[in-house]
Design a protein around this ligand. Structure first.
Ligand code: GLN
Length: 540
């Protein structure tokens, strides 16, 4: 069948969960036997979120092909259990950059370049590219209807419906029904205004997803349907839930597939959600629980650790365990190690910059000495090397050039001017061109047999995981490390990808970001193994 488009817009205010709504709809279609792709459009001018501060944007999600994307792409991968690519997310910055580059090359044959048609045409061609080879493309437009920067995208959606017809294109509007406590009433007025705004620009949504604190009664649903000109069965209520993974099940129960199937002429849809349902039950009411000490520095901003938090939920669902996270501010920890006394294991996530390093080093030492399971990720692995060099090898000056560019003991080093094992300076050439200076995206990692990493990955010796970093372990120190009981368990093209300790129950650190490949139905092996060992440690 030719690709069908489902456009998802947001009304009233942001942060209503358009990403989760879109992921949930895509999941239901996928479990009904269709191939589904997604596209997230970000109307901001930045070319990608790679250079934005975590304060601005939350996590930067990295795709296998090395694109730095919006964190919603992470939700799509986690829900749909498949990889997405550069083409599944674009920004206004990218659209304008392409059009201006084409103009400079003379591709528009002397025409005046305008938002309509040139910008809108570029948007439409990128939407079509993202949908090629799928039965469905779910397109989520970031921001809220009424935003100036969203206008060209709404125009593109309107035009696509005009071109392809109403059996190929539908529009879903996610909106808020606020509860006015003083009156004890749910209010539909903001939604009516938002839909009016959409209609003014030529888009009539066929389905409304109404976010609210508590359910709408039939009367209110009918009122909303009447005032927004949608069918009575096309007002779908989305109440707050205990777990985002319950949303597809709630949507199914609310009957969202009935209007979708009717408008797109699909016949009856019967998604197979048994396995999903079982995992959600384990998230909500698991048999066991553990507490992981999460030593980070953006703790007021949990959004910047989104994928890692979700990957722990996946590992928990697949081991029937609630993974409680004890958030430990690394700066506070440096003063007060007792914060680690009640945790079952320690997790050192990725990060940038020197702030909070001392506390993380203390946490690593604590895990190493007290035989507590520890997983270090990216910066976490680099710090595990520094800790080992300082406290086991006695190299007191050991450091990363990220924190001290002039350190005499660069255990962690910038990859652009890498020192090879013979002590020669080498320029690495395989740095991804995206973003310029970081090693981004998926790389192969060769695993050493009979290591913890090897066991965790089910006895495979070749894996592929994703990266986002500038610095690398310096191979000059390799033999020193190995002589004192550190195992280099993974390597990629001569780079040290993972380490573990010989005389420790479970101390593993990896240069890659395993959290980017974890999915509810397919948890990441090393995170799963970390959770299993945390559980075992707790029981012991
Ligand atoms: N700051 C370190 C580097 O750039 C680690 C990055 C990370 O943890 N993602 O190499």
């Amino acid at each position: 069948m030719s690709v069908k488009y489902i456009f998802v817009t947001g009304g009233v205010l942001s942060s209503l969960g358009k990403g989760i709504t879109s992921s949930s709809i895509a999941t239901l279609l996928q479990h009904s036997g269709y191939s589904v792709s997604i596209l997230k459009i970000d109307p901001y001018i930045n070319v990608d979120p790679g250079t934005m501060s975590p304060l601005e944007h939350g996590e930067v999600f990295v795709t296998c092909d090395g694109a730095e994307t919006d964190l919603d792409i992470g939700h799509y991968e986690r829900f749909l259990n498949k990889n997405f690519y550069k083409t599944n997310n674009f920004t206004t910055g990218q659209i304008y950059m392409s059009v201006i580059e084409n103009e400079r090359k003379g591709k528009y044959l002397g025409k005046t370049i305008q938002i309509v048609p040139h910008i809108v045409d570029e948007i439409k061609s990128r939407i079509k590219l993202a949908g090629s080879e799928s039965d469905f493309l779910v397109v989520e437009l970031g921001g809220t209807v009424g935003d100036i920067e969203g206008m060209p995208y709404l125009e593109a959606m309107r035009q696509m419906k005009h071109e392809l017809g109403s059996k190929q294109v539908i529009s879903i509007h996610v909106t808020l029904i606020p509860l006015v406590r003083a009156a004890g009433e749910l209010k539909t007025k903001p939604t009516q205004h938002s839909v009016q705004e959409l209609r003014r620009i030529g888009i009539s949504p066929q389905i409304l997803v109404a976010r609210c604190e508590r359910g709408l009664d039939k009367e209110l649903k009918c009122k909303l349907a009447m005032s927004c000109d949608v069918d009575d069965d096309s007002v779908i209520v989305a109440e707050d839930t205990e777990s985002i993974y319950k949303c597809p099940l709630n949507f199914l129960e609310e009957g969202i597939l009935t209007p979708i199937a009717r408008f797109l002429e699909l016949g009856e849809l019967k998604p197979k959600m048994d396995n999903w349902d079982m995992l959600v039950k384990k998230i909500i009411a698991p048999k066991s629980q553990i507490t992981i000490g999460f030593v980070g520095k953006y703790l007021s901003l949990k959004e910047s650790y989104k994928s890692l938090i979700e990957s722990l939920i996946h590992a928990g669902a697949n081991t029937d365990t609630r993974v409680n996270i004890k958030w430990i501010d690394s700066e506070e920890l440096a003063e007060n190690l007792s914060l680690l006394h009640d945790v079952d294991s320690i997790l050192i996530p990725g990060g940038f910059g020197e702030r909070g390093i001392a506390g993380k080093l203390e946490a690593i030492k604590y895990a190493r000495i007290h035989n507590i399971p520890m997983l270090g990720i990216c910066l976490g692995m680099q710090l595990a090397l520094i800790e080992f060099a300082r406290n086991v090898l006695g190299i007191k000056e050991a450091n990363s050039t990220e924190f001290d560019p002039h350190t005499t003991e660069p255990v962690v080093y910038l990859i652009e001017d890498f020192i090879d094992t013979q002590g020669n300076k080498q320029l690495r050439t395989h740095i991804s061109p995206m973003g310029g200076t970081m090693r981004l995206g998926e790389y192969e990692c060769h695993i050493k047999k009979d290591t913890k990493l090897f066991k965790a990955y089910g006895g495979t010796s070749l894996i592929r995981e994703r990266h986002r970093h500038r610095y690398e372990a310096n191979p000059c120190y390799r033999t020193l490390f190995e002589d004192k009981g550190m195992i280099i368990s993974g390597e990629s093209d001569g780079l040290i990808e993972s380490i573990e300790l010989k005389n420790h129950p479970w101390f593993v650190a990896v240069q890659f970001h395993p959290e980017f490949t974890s999915r509810l139905q397919n948890p990441n092996p090393i995170i799963l193994d970390f959770v299993k060992h945390t559980l075992a440690h707790k029981k012991a």
